[in-house]
Design a protein around this ligand. Structure first.
Ligand code: XMP
Length: 521
């Protein structure tokens, strides 16, 4: 990575050592919500490296392994001797107790779900927490015996050491998960650890982060020019808004109009970035080129391949016209950095397998600027609002790189795209009018290559079918279909059939992911 990490802007940081927990990112977000900057690092980071990073606290995440299993992920035991406060959660607690003389056992039964917890020592991390509180458990193993150097702080009916503290070192363990909302006072326990044990000031603010990032970008770019691709998505919009603030006229944005965008999407982007930000915006009108490439293609992956290649060609041709451009800005986010293992001491070696289209290859020859690479998606949205982007852009549902081409099943034609665009605008418009847009994660129309018989007036029709797809999800890896009110679905159906020529049937997709995917192709 050529971009300078921006995490240097935080004076106080907490490290989360990731042992493969599904909750590691959630822990990091909770810490940031408590206004303390936080980064996720690989579980086997050395104590030496930790010393260099000088965190004010360390959190050991949970994980799916048993501490006794062969190849169970370990941490450098020296980290317990650094004098830096440590909080072990679930697996992390078991590791800490094992490293410092406790015994971990397979519990008689797996404990999963809500549990009543009795706080027996209401000092430091349990300060202000009710004596009887509800916590979320998710474990097989648990600590059965603690060495003399440890003391219990809380228990449940089946777990004698739901929370423990080391008597000499600032090391704590929680068998439950304070980061999930089901642990009613979890935020308070984490805040106590941060404030009372790590002595954090809680001064980290996104606004300061933005100011500092703008300053750093300005210093790095100097008088050079930066190119930024706009897709209509929130990430690229926030990158562009941030850069417009930082370097003004030295920013050139490129929007490739591939003819596969949603209704009025191009106009909205152009309005925002020319009128509001006064950015130098290059719109590449490439609809014909894309449609030519897609003619006769029905295989979804082949569609993606051709769209991806045509996008790069169009982008490159336009970028070559922009003289003195040295940098390319990208909307890489922190979860991408973690999942690709590119973070300093990042946790995962696996590269996220995503059929992403719209990425640009390194061969374009620009240096990368990735000003959002330390932020989570919800932080990016907040930053967008701080940068005066309209809510319409900031809260927009994600849209796939290949656009409507993967929602127009089978061969893509201009006529089919027009039908789909109109139907999609009705779906989204009605959901917005019902005040449910933010309550759904993605909502759109799909045009099926299926014709069926209908009646309109006195005559029979043989027309197309539109499927309406609405899902709720946190991470887009799993998703539930949205249980929308029937009267809303009825309005969507009636309007599509009445207003969109060529459609006589509307169906609602009630499949969850897995086994279905969110998109239909
Ligand atoms: P699936 O259909 O795999 O979608 O459940 C998960 C999320 O990814 C988006 N998606 C894509 N995004 N290029 C993209 O940039 C693609 O080719 C692509 N395919 C799916 C999808 O919209 C959903 O948010």
């Amino acid at each position: 990575m050529t971009d300078t990490p921006l995490s240097g802007v935080a004076e106080e940081r907490v490290l989360v050592l990731d042992f493969g927990s599904q909750y590691a990112q959630l822990i990091a977000r909770r810490v940031r919500e408590a206004h303390v900057y936080c980064e996720i690092v690989r579980h086997n980071i050395t104590a030496e490296r930790i010393k260099e990073l000088a965190p004010v606290g360390i959190i050991l995440s949970g994980g799916p392994s048993s501490v006794y299993a062969e190849n169970a992920p370990q941490c450098d035991p020296e980290l317990f001797n650094l004098g830096i406060p440590v909080l072990g959660i679930c697996y992390g607690m078991q590791l800490a107790c094992q490293a410092l003389g406790g015994k971990v056992h397979n519990a008689a039964s797996r404990e999963y779900g809500r549990a009543h917890c009795e706080v027996t020592d209401p000092s430091d991390i349990f300060d202000g927490v009710k004596t009887q509180t509800e916590v979320w458990m998710s474990h097989g193993d648990q600590v059965e015996a603690i060495a003399d150097d440890w003391e219990p702080l809380a228990k449940t009916a089946t777990c004698p050491f739901a929370a423990v503290r080391h008597k000499k070192a600032p090391v704590y363990g929680l068998q439950f998960h304070p980061e999930v909302t089901h642990t009613v006072e979890g935020k308070l326990v984490l805040a106590n650890f941060l404030q009372k044990v790590c002595k954090t000031s809680g001064l980290w603010r996104l606004a300061d982060f933005a100011e500092e990032t703008i300053k750093q970008v300005r210093e790095r770019i100097g008088t050079d020019r930066v190119i930024c691709g706009l897709s209509g998505g929130v990430d690229s919009a926030v990158v562009a808004a941030l850069l417009a603030r930082a370097i003004g006229k030295q920013l050139s944005c490129i929007l490739v109009d591939n003819g596969l965008l949603r209704k009025d999407e191009e106009r909205a982007i152009v309005d925002e970035f020319t009128n509001h930000f006064k950015a130098d915006l290059h719109v590449v009108k490439a609809e014909d080129q894309f449609l030519e490439q897609l003619a006769g293609v029905v295989d979804p992956q082949e569609k993606r391949r051709r769209i991806g290649k045509t996008f790069i060609d169009c982008f490159k041709r336009e970028a070559d016209k922009i003289e003195d451009a040295k940098y390319l800005a990208q909307g890489t986010l922190y979860p991408d950095v973690i999942e690709s293992g590119a973070a300093a001491d990042g946790p995962a070696d696996t590269i996220k397998l995503h059929h992403n289209v719209g990425g640009l290859p390194a061969e374009l020859g620009f240096e990368l600027v990735e000003p959002l690479r330390d932020l989570f998606k919800d932080e990016v949205r907040k930053l967008g609002l701080q940068l005066d982007l309209p809510e319409e852009i900031v809260w927009r549902h994600p849209f796939p790189g290949p656009g409507l081409a993967v929602r127009c099943l089978g061969e893509v034609t201009r006529e089919k795209l027009d039908v789909l665009r109109e139907a999609d605008a009705i779906v989204v418009g009605e959901i917005k009018a019902a005040g449910l847009y933010r309550a759904t994660s993605q909502a759109f129309a799909v045009l099926l290559p299926v014709q069926s018989v209908g009646v309109m007036g006195d005559s029979r029709t043989y027309d197309n079918t539109v499927a309406v797809r609405c899902v709720n999800t946190d991470d887009f890896m799993t998703a539930d279909w949205s249980h929308l009110p029937h009267d809303l679905l009825a309005r969507i159906s009636t309007r599509i059939i009445n207003e969109v020529k060529g459609v006589n049937r509307v169906v609602y997709d009630i499949s969850s992911k897995p086994p279905a995917t969110i998109e239909w192709e």
